[in-house]
Design a protein around this ligand. Structure first.
Ligand SMILES: Nc1ncnc2c1ncn2[C@@H]1O[C@H](COP(=O)(O)OP(=O)(O)OP(=O)(O)O)[C@@H](O)[C@H]1O
Length: 309
């Protein structure tokens, strides 16, 4: 089920938490929502799930506006809110039963759905405890289980791996990826490797505005300035190698990074690659090229460039 966000705006008093944003999410896509603290991620997610009202603009779920009185969007959405509010006095199973009933799961199917969620979210060992007796990570697992209990077509997950241990993080990321093959998933996170591990596309929001929208590869390509290569060239005098690299017409600047290890870093002139020239130079001079690695722009650097202001 596709989601379309059109000119969405939300203010709190004089402050625009979300400022006229537009984006789509398609079925079978996992969208990673990134942004610094206070950027507007949770506010956007709350509007998509109907938790708070829309001030301006529209949200369409499966083509139907949320404001359409006939839109029964809530039954298609599973939501894990930011602070994962749970009823602390309730045992896990009772709570999931309550959520399933609330979400309209057929009575005869509730027990099976609960069993499935307990397995999927790794709750088996703790399933007889009350929610208030659970550790932070296990509470997060209960939050995920309630979000998925009615097998919704859309999942909106606000920082889903917060508080989970490294083993569970890997399992939950895999689960999200698998779910994302058929469902529409939006997740917010501050963990950049998480986006690379789980998401098909990244949306970066800063101060209520979308500042980037694309796959990790597209964002890298857009951010990538000139080609930067790391080289190891052996069997030659280091100073001569450095001088020769700097003399190549595709090279803007060559630097010696580590003298003992014969490591150099080369930045090419804009729109040009120096790989072939470097290779030919080494052949001509009978130097041995034992390493040539393009240095990629890190997602952290892209994020910082777009959001530090
Ligand atoms: N109920 C509220 N009343 C007033 N201001 C609010 C309210 N909720 C959010 N805001 C403000 O709106 C802005 C966006 O907040 P939001 O929670 O959407 O950010 P976020 O990107 O989810 O941040 P974080 O990563 O810290 O969770 C912030 O400046 C926040 O202070």
């Amino acid at each position: 089920m596709d989601i379309q966000i059109e000119n969405l705006t939300k203010s709190y008093g004089p402050q625009k938490a979300v400022n006229n944003i537009n984006f789509d999410v398609k079925t079978g896509e996992v969208l990673g929502f990134l942004g610094p603290n206070g950027a507007g991620k949770s506010t956007t997610m709350k509007m998509i799930t109907g938790y708070i009202g829309i001030e301006k603009g529209d949200i369409r779920i499966g083509g139907k506006s949320l404001t359409d009185p006939e839109s029964n969007f809530k039954q298609h959405i599973g939501y894990l809110p930011e602070n994962n509010p749970l009823y602390l006095d309730m045992p896990i199973i009772d709570y999931l039963e309550f959520c399933a009933a609330l979400q309209g799961v057929e009575k005869t199917k509730i027990d099976d759905r609960i069993k499935e969620m307990i397995g999927l979210c790794g709750l088996n060992r703790e399933k007889h405890k009350k929610i208030g007796e659970l550790s932070k990570g296990y509470r997060q697992r209960v939050g995920l289980a309630q979000a998925m209990i009615h097998d919704p077509e859309i999942l909106v997950l606000d920082e889903p791996t917060t508080g989970l241990d490294p083993n569970q993080i890997i399992e939950i990321r895999k689960l999200i990826r698998d779910l994302g093959k058929e469902k529409t998933v939006i997740l917010s996170t501050h963990i950049l490797p998480e986006v690379e591990a789980t998401c098909d596309r990244i949306l970066i929001i800063n101060r209520g505005n979308i500042v980037a929208n694309g796959t990790p590869e597209t964002l890298r390509k857009q951010a990538q300035g000139n080609e930067v290569l790391k080289l190891r060239i052996e069997d030659g005098d280091v100073e001569t190698i450095l001088k020769s690299l700097n003399a190549l017409d595709t090279v803007q600047e060559a630097d010696l990074v580590h003298r003992e290890e014969n490591l150099f870093e080369v930045q090419s002139v804009a729109q040009q690659s120096s790989k072939r020239n470097i290779f030919n130079l080494c052949v001509e001079k009978k130097w041995v090229l034992t390493e040539l690695t393009p240095l990629e722009t890190k997602l952290e650097d892209i994020f910082r460039n777009l959001t530090v202001n």
